[in-house]
Design a protein around this ligand. Structure first.
Ligand SMILES: NC(=O)c1ccc[n+]([C@@H]2O[C@H](COP(=O)([O-])OP(=O)(O)OC[C@H]3O[C@@H](n4cnc5c(N)ncnc54)[C@H](O)[C@@H]3O)[C@@H](O)[C@H]2O)c1
Length: 321
C-alpha cells in the first residue's frame, strides 16, 4: 500500500466540512463515483446517489451510511441514456431540495458496442456528454440560487484522441468504440469551458471544472476484453477508485478555486489539454448543437456580450434517427 501511495500523486488536502450542503453524484454506485460520494458524505453533506440501478444504489447508500455515520445519503433513479429519466430525476430533485451546492457529473460508459440511447443518440455521446449537458441545464437555476456552487465534469486524458465530427455525431457514418469514448470525453472538456465562459459572463457564482481522474482500477473497461486484460496486468500500478476520486474532490472542495473555473485538472493540479479541447469555435458550436438535439433553447445561458448566432449556422450535424 505504501508503494501504491507513492505512485499515486494528487491528494485532496482540503479540510472543509460540508454540513448543510447538498451534493449530487451521477454514477455513484460504483468506482470513482462511489468513493467521491462517500467522501462528501463523510464531510457531512446530504448526498444524492444518482444511479441507473436503484437496488444496487440502495446497497451502496447503506454501506456509505454505515462507514460515515451520515444518514443523509439518498438514492434516486437516473438513467443518462434516457432524457425522460433525466427530466424525471431533475423534477423530483427540484421539488424536494432547496439547494444544490455540488454537482459531480461522473457517470460514464467506455467502449461499448454500437448502440443508441432511448432518444437515438450514440451511447457514448448520449450518456457521457448529452445526458450530463441536459442534467446540468435542468439543475442550473438551483445551483445559481445556492451559489457559491460548483459543477465537476469527469472527463479523461483520452480526450487527446477525440474529435468533434459534427457530420457524424451519432457515429452512423463511421464508428469505433474506443474513439467514440474519446470524442465524448473531449465533449466534456469543451462543455466545461463553454459553460464556464457563460457563467462568468452572466455574473453567476457557479463555477465548473473538468477532471482526468487518472488510470483507475474500476469496472469501466467491462466492454473490452483487451482493456480488462491490460487493467489486470497493471492493476498494481494504477489508482484505486479512492485515489481516482481525489481530483473530483479537489475541484469540488478546494477554497479559492473559483478563479480557475473552466480549467481542466489532473492529480489535483491544472492540466494541459489538447488543441482540440481549446477550440472556442468548436465549443460554441457543440453547445448549440447539443441544445438543438435536446430541444433546449440555445440561449439558456446566453453570453452577455457574445455574438448572437442563428440556429441555421449550427444545424449542420446529424440528428438521431
Ligand atoms: N477508470 C479510469 O481509468 C478512468 C480514466 C479516465 C476517466 N474516467 C472517467 O471516470 C468516470 C467514472 O468511471 P469509473 O472508472 O468509476 O467507471 P465505473 O464503470 O466503475 O463507473 C461508471 C458509473 O457510471 C454509471 N453509468 C453508466 N451508464 C449510465 C447511465 N446510462 N445512467 C446513469 N449512470 C450510468 C455506472 O452505473 C457506474 O456507476 C467516467 O466518466 C469515466 O469516463 C475513468
Amino acid at each position: 500500500p505504501q508503494i501504491r501511495k507513492m505512485l499515486s500523486s494528487g491528494v485532496c488536502t482540503s479540510t472543509i466540512q460540508l454540513p448543510g450542503k447538498v451534493a449530487v453524484v451521477t454514477g455513484a454506485n460504483a468506482g470513482i463515483g462511489k468513493e467521491t460520494a462517500k467522501e462528501l458524505a463523510r464531510r457531512g453533506a446530504r448526498v444524492y446517489l444518482a444511479c441507473r440501478d436503484v437496488q444496487n444504489g440502495e446497497l451502496v447508500a447503506r454501506e456509505i451510511q454505515m462507514m460515515t455515520g451520515n444518514q443523509q445519503v439518498l438514492v434516486r433513479k437516473l438513467d443518462l441514456a434516457d432524457t425522460k429519466s433525466i427530466r424525471a430525476f431533475a423534477k423530483r430533485f427540484l421539488e424536494e431540495e432547496k439547494h444544490l451546492h455540488i454537482l459531480i457529473n461522473n457517470a460514464g460508459v467506455m467502449m461499448c458496442p454500437y448502440s443508441k440511447t432511448a432518444d437515438g443518440f450514440e451511447m457514448h455521446m448520449g450518456v457521457n456528454h448529452l445526458g450530463h449537458f441536459l442534467l446540468t441545464h435542468l439543475l442550473l437555476e438551483k445551483l445559481e440560487e445556492s451559489a457559491p456552487s460548483r459543477v465537476v465534469n469527469v472527463s479523461s486524458l483520452a480526450h487527446l484522441l477525440g474529435r468533434i465530427h459534427f457530420h457524424n455525431l451519432q457515429g452512423e457514418k463511421f464508428y469505433q468504440s474506443g474513439l467514440a469514448y474519446c470524442h465524448s470525453k473531449l465533449a466534456n472538456i469543451l462543455f466545461t469551458q463553454e459553460l464556464a465562459r457563460r457563467l462568468k459572463a452572466s455574473g453567476s457564482g457557479v463555477t465548473v471544472y473538468s477532471v482526468h481522474p487518472g488510470t483507475v482500477n474500476s469496472e469501466l473497461v467491462r466492454h473490452s476484453a483487451l482493456m480488462r486484460w491490460i487493467w489486470w496486468i497493471f492493476s498494481f500500478f494504477i489508482k484505486t477508485p479512492q485515489q481516482g476520486a481525489q481530483t473530483s474532490l479537489y475541484c469540488a472542495l478546494t477554497e479559492g478555486l473559483e478563479v480557475l473555473s473552466g480549467n481542466h485538472f489532473s492529480d489535483c493540479h491544472v492540466a494541459w489539454v489538447s488543441a482540440q479541447a481549446r477550440n472556442e469555435t468548436v465549443a460554441r458550436r457543440l453547445w448549440d448543437v447539443s441544445c438543438d438535439l435536446l430541444g433546449i433553447p440555445v440561449d439558456w445561458l446566453m453570453m452577455a456580450a457574445g455574438p448572437k448566432r442563428s440556429l441555421k449556422q449550427t444545424t449542420q450535424h446529424t440528428l438521431p434517427k
